[in-house]
Design a protein around this ligand. Structure first.
Ligand code: PGA
Length: 249
């Protein structure tokens, strides 16, 4: 059976002491859902987050990594560095990195391959822009984003992939896909995975929804059969809100 997951993408927020406060806040709230919690603080706080969460079930993920194993890449961080501090999961393909850092499908394919070669789990993000939806091209766009970057993978690799459908028009805008729009897209995604691979791969795959998930709308979105949790931005910066979303599963 596939896992339910709620992951918090902190983006470029929280310094060291804010990180410690937020983690204490999260730990102090009772979790009464079977969702796996993942938090993704900025690079500088990954190690302290990992230390603070030792002994808890909460996992720590990085928000990005470089595609090379090592070398002259000033300012970059490798998979091996992440793994050496206990970080085994990485977010790749976030729309902000695609838009602001020019990450395209060729680069993302390399990053996916490097992460998997290093036995890392990947939260792979993708999603259409508003104009794609307005032209009714959202299924085609999402299909391409997934197939161009992930369909070269062998079936076995999919046990390390978590997908995160994040319509760009819903990220940080306060605008959310309706529960029906989310379900419709997630069902489509599972269908193309089933067609390319098989029933088991599709059924076992966790597909998260991201884009302005809040305590007030989480339950409705998560109640859809193909929505297995969320990737949460803004609302993951507040312990009460984040745990309310976790407990909405
Ligand atoms: P948001 O961000 O929840 O603030 O919309 C989601 C994301 O970018 O992962």
């Amino acid at each position: 059976m596939r896992k339910k997951i709620v992951a918090g993408n902190w983006k470029m927020n929280n310094d060291l002491s804010e990180t410690q406060d937020l983690i204490s806040g999260i730990k102090s709230i009772t979790k009464n859902s079977d969702a796996q919690i993942i938090i993704a603080p900025p690079y500088t706080n990954l190690y302290s987050a990992f230390q603070a969460l030792k002994g808890s079930e909460i996992e720590v993920a990085a928000q990005n990594m470089h595609q090379s194993e090592n070398g002259a890449f000033t300012g970059e961080i490798s998979a091996k560095m992440l793994k050496s501090i206990g970080v085994n999961t990485v977010i790749l393909g976030h729309s902000e990195r695609r838009a602001y850092c020019g990450e395209d499908e060729v680069l993302l394919t390399e990053k996916v391959n490097t992460a998997l070669e290093n036995d890392m789990k990947i939260i792979f993000c993708f999603g259409e822009e508003l104009k794609d939806r307005n032209y009714n091209e959202h299924f085609e766009v999402v299909n391409k984003q997934i197939s161009n970057t992930l369909f070269h993978l062998e079936k076995g690799a999919w046990s390390n992939i978590i997908l995160a459908y994040e319509p760009v028009w819903a990220i940080g805008t306060g605008e959310t896909a309706t529960p029906d729009q989310a379900q419709e897209m997630h069902e489509f995604i599972r269908k193309i995975i089933r067609e390319e691979y098989d029933e088991t791969t599709a059924d076992d795959l966790t597909i998260l929804y991201g884009g302005s998930v809040k305590p007030g709308n989480a339950k409705e979105i998560f109640s859809n059969p193909d929505v297995d949790g969320g990737l949460i931005g803004g609302a993951s910066l507040n312990a009460d809100d984040f745990m309310a979303i976790v407990n909405a599963i």
